[in-house]
Structure formats: C-alpha cells, structure tokens
Write a protein that binds this ligand. Sequence first.
Ligand code: SAH
Length: 263
Amino acid sequence: MAKSPLDSNPLAVLDNIRVVLVNTAHPGNIGGAARALKNMGLSQLYLVAPREFPAANAVWRAAGAADLLDSAVVVETLEEAVADCGLVVATSARERRIPWPLLTPRQCGARAVAEAATHPVALVFGREDRGLTNEELQACNFHVHIPANPEYSSLNLATAVQVLAYEVRVAALEAEKGEALNYADWDRPPAKAGDMELYFEHLQQALGELGFIDPENPRQTMTRLRRLFSRVRPDDMELGILRGWLTAIQNYIYGTGGKGRPE
Ligand code: SAH
C-alpha cells in the first residue's frame, strides 16, 4: 500500500479515529467523553440519536473540551456514523451469546492506530442502561471488553471512553517511536462498513431466493455469516467480486440469461 502522508506525523492518526456514542441518555456523559478524548489528543466525536443534546450539562462536564461538542457529528443511526470506516470496534461490558472476535483494550489501541494511517476507524460505545443491541454489536468487526471486576464489570460510559482513548494514545506514542505494528502490507483498502451492510442485504436476498435460508426467519444463519465476513474483513475488490457472484447466482435463478430479475 502507498505510504500515507500520516507516516511523517504518527499522532495525526488520532484524527482518523472516531468515538461513537449510541443513544446516550445523560448529557453529562457526552461532556465527560469529550473531555476524555481531548485529554488524549482525539477529536472526532459522533453521537447517534443522543437523548438530550446540546445540553448545558454536557458543556459543564466537558470543561476545556467544549469545542469537541461544537464539532460533534449528530446522526440518526449507527450505520450512518460508521459507513465510511474500514475498522469498527464495539465495546461491551458483558460476554454475549454468540462470541465475536475479541480484542483487549491494548490490542484495540494498537490496531486502531495502525489502521487509522490508511482509513477511518470507529470505537463504538453503548447506552448507559443496556449497552449496545446484538444487532449493533454484529455490525462491528471486533468487540473489546475492559477486563474489570467480573462481579461489577460495567464502567461509567465516559470512564470506559477514557480507558480506550488512553490505550489509543499510548499506541500512537509507541508508533511515534517506531515500535508499533504496521498495517498489513496489502494492495487494497478494507471494505467500508456501509458497503458491508449492502453486501449483507444482498446476501440475505440471494440466499432467500436460492431457498437456502427461510426469508421469514434468517436470523441465526445471517448472524453466523456476518461474523464470518467480519472476521475475514474482505478488501474492497474482494467485496465487489462477492457482490458480482451473488448477482450471477440471482440471474441464474431468474433464468433470464444475465438480464436481471424478470419484470
Ligand atoms: N448495563 C449495560 C452497561 C452499559 S455501560 C450492559 O450490561 O451492557 C455503557 C457503555 O460503557 C457500554 O455500552 C460500553 O460501551 C461501555 N463499557 C462499560 N463497561 C465496559 C467494559 N467493562 N468494557 C468495555 N466497555 C464498557
């Protein structure tokens, strides 16, 4: 892959790592997260449908980081917040039923910094009362769990942001000294999260038409396929091949000699 202009300033990668807060209930936590980010040299805050924002309480908790609240990007869905990202990591206070590829906070910092040299990276945080939904967790490449006291493992939202932001900063400082992982020497960028979503829709549709999954009840199989492709992390060209292959299968099913679905 071509050398990135970021190579000359390892700390510049921090601007390519965004923190996404999903459906935050308490604006104080948004302010606390903004402060945690700015302390660690991060700047990109995305808010998915915050329950109360802008809010005086957020500004108060942000203290000297209120500028990050002004520049925060507010969107309606997680999908919009991460559509252009090549790596999406979800945080979770609990183990889930279907295990997903896991990173420790330290591995998360190193990977985020290594990948942010070439593409945007998102770290996703859940709701104060119930975290992220299974669907949201399954929209991410990796999960990260802060190994807290198993008898009381749920950190305050802004505190969890602080822990991961710190790991990212430490990894960026290591990279500055030339001690970090380099992003794998690959000829293509990873597929973007938004394109992966389009692929999963296409896959579900084609597998339904093929009679391989019950279109009324695709859940478990689609979840396993999602996990498989999230783990593989196809590059953009590989994803294009997978889409083309699905289209060819559909053309065969429609029996129209490659002219698409019959009217
Ligand atoms: N009761 C919720 C806890 C949510 S805490 C649950 O059981 O899921 C709010 C958010 O803070 C979580 O969604 C996650 O983003 C982050 N968080 C809290 N504790 C964490 C931990 N130990 N590891 C990783 N993220 C954590």
